[in-house]
Structures are given as C-alpha cells and as structure tokens.
Write a protein that binds this ligand. Structure first.
Ligand code: CU
Length: 154
C-alpha cells in the first residue's frame, strides 16, 4: 500500500512540472436554472511556454463539452461554430468570453447556482490535463451574452 502511494505521488508531481507553461485564470460558468440543458464556460489562458492546443474539456457537471466560437453574420445573428481545437501560441494570452470563444457544457447533470464552485479539466495537446475551479456567475454578472446563438441544437 505504501509503495502504491509513493508511485501515485511521483506521478502527480511529474504532471505538475510539465504544466508549468500554461495558466488558466478567471474561470467561470454562466448559471444554469432548472430545465437548462447547456451552460457556457469561460476563462483566460496565459501561455508562458511553447505552442500548444486546447483539445478537450471535461467537467463532472455535464455529460460532455464542446469548444465553440460565436460568429456574427452580416445580418447580426450570432451563430455558434464548433471547433476541434484551439491554438495557444507561445506567449499568447487568450480570452474565452461571452460573444466570443467559449466552452459549451452539454447535457447538464445538475442546476448551476451562482456562487457554486465546480471543477473543470482542460486537456492540452502538449501540456496534458489541467484542473481548475470554476465559479458560477448569475445572468447579470460577467458581461452580456447573445442568447440567440444558444438556441441551436446541441
Ligand atoms: Cu456554444
């Protein structure tokens, strides 16, 4: 048993070393009232290391998650486009914000209330998985969002 614990600890500290280059800050999720099936997740990325890609996101609060970008058509209608990955260049600062790139948490397992904290894991191609805590913000906080784009079928 002691031997297994030592191995686990070694693996954990090893993982932290390889993740040094990328910071994830200001992680938050838009509140999800009863009946909501999706919620948007936002964060800022600060890459102090080499080129990398966000390839997937996981959270215990939803069945799955997709990387989305919001594109505004000439007639002003926001449409969400699914991205397979997002490039994070060396030294790049990247913001996922309402009206721009965001993570869509799909098939929510629970109601998300303002003030709650939930774990989110971001998977990078080179840096591996990074787990962070996201705070749930109410509809009036964190900037407005074009909800028309969220009527698309997920
Ligand atoms: Cu979306």
């Amino acid at each position: 048993m002691k031997f297994i614990l030592v191995i686990m600890f070694a693996l954990m500290s090893c993982g932290q070393d390889t993740e040094k280059g990328i910071e994830i800050n200001n992680v938050w999720i838009r509140e999800a009232p009863p009946g909501a099936t999706v919620a948007a997740l936002y964060f800022d990325i600060n890459n102090n290391g080499g080129e990398d890609y966000i390839i997937s996101i996981n959270s215990p609060v939803s069945e799955s998650a997709e990387i989305h970008n919001t594109q505004i058509s000439p007639d002003g209608i926001g449409k969400m486009v699914k991205l397979d990955n997002v490039l994070v260049g060396p030294g790049e600062k990247l913001s996922f914000t309402p009206g721009g790139k965001h993570i869509m948490l799909i098939d929510l397992k629970k109601v998300l209330k303002p003030g709650e904290m939930h774990e989110v894991t971001v998977d990078f191609k080179n840096s591996g998985q990074k787990s962070v805590n996201a705070v749930v913000k109410g509809f009036s906080e964190g900037g407005s969002e074009d909800h028309s784009g969220h009527s698309m079928d997920h």
